[in-house]
Design a protein around this ligand. Sequence first.
Ligand SMILES: *Cc1c(COP(=O)(O)O)cnc(C)c1O
Length: 471
Amino acid sequence: MKSPSRSELFRELPSVDEVLRRPELSALAAEHGAGTVGDAARTVLARVRSEIASGLLDSDSLPLALNGLSGAVEKQLRLEIAYSLRLVINATGVILHTNLGRAPLAQPALKHVAETAAGYSNLEFQVEAGERGKRDLHVQRLLRRLLDDVARDYEISTIVVNNNAAAVLLALNTLAEHCEVIVSRGELVEIGGSFRIPDVMAKSGAILREVGTTNRTRIADYDNAIDERTRLLLRVHRSNFEISGFTEQTSIGELSELARRRGLPLMEDLGSGALVNLENFGIRGEPNVLDSLRAGVDIVTYSGDKLLGGPQAGFISGRADLVSRMRSNSLFRALRVDKLAYAALEATLLAYVKRDYDTIPALKMMRLSEERIGKRAAEIVKRGNSARLQIEIMAGESVIGGGAAPSSVLPTRLLALTSKALSSDELAARLRKFDPPIIARVEEGRVLLDLRTVFPEQDELVLSALTRIAE
Ligand SMILES: *Cc1c(COP(=O)(O)O)cnc(C)c1O
């Protein structure tokens, strides 16, 4: 018997309408809309058509493919309607992992976002007076309480923009457009994700005046560079690296004394905006916002989703007269944040006012003791260790991440996985296939899981993933 031609095979394909009339798919259409199911059916039919054209499907294999058509359409639909942005389990031990969304939000922040953003809010409305208001008042009030114990001769004010990069851009543009900003060559940093001080400076319209050398900059270098074109002295926190050896960096105190003497403002790009003294959390060398203001810095810029533990945002805190100029800059309108961010920030800042630090997940993770992490790890070893998948506990280090406190590591207890059947890369890939995906570190042929960044309620999910892999 002559086998059917390709055009005869094409004729066996049902139309999209015929596919949609199948009972199992009409139920799906009722749930997700006929349009979406129709799109999925079209995609699947097009795939079958091209497989016939390429000879991948012939008269023997086509009936099987047609039998599985409804299943294939449903699978395609699930793929198309699934969110692309999804929850993952961070087992890397990097607390502020930029690729994994930096700081997880506090529960009160989520609640405040849900309650205010689902309806209308007084974002820019004074309820009592019945008049237009300013959106930044919602965080200003709390930041005043957090920052105002700095004894100084002027008022401190804060505005919020989209991120710290935007904060630096706005501040430089407002204070020094077409004029010079003096920065040490040792602080012309790149933070990653294409934030480079010289580039942001150029975009702001300010002119970079470099002083000193990569490893040494003295106060006299700044002093000698000041002339009638100078509008600002800038200090940039070396968030993600350290210079050691023959080095010299001027202190903030010296810089602020110079700025005052020469009648110039001093700005510091802190990067990570710690609002508490992190030494109490075992993290050294990370300056906080209050320290900078106390030392005489006029304008401090910092991120909302790094050490502060809130949503993505950039803060500009400092002298009220300078901040008010930034608020009137038309760039501020372009860089401002929305009601979701304000709600999340207000709730996060309120936790600081209450000194309720454990409410903020990033701060809580920093404070977790090695013993607590070790106990959870031991439970997973006890229930998950097997001949197929060996799980051992070993000493290791968690890091802060997010370009903060590069030299600060927190001692932890790691779960080290090895399998005879799978390489470490294959093992890590299997962990990423779970729902939610589990993201691990691979080091020296071992897959390492750090429970510091795994929420305790996710331990069971990690355990069941490990058990499944061992099966
Ligand atoms: C992280 C960082 C930035 C960028 O902050 P984003 O909030 O990510 O825009 C800028 N400067 C320094 C010093 C930083 O550490």
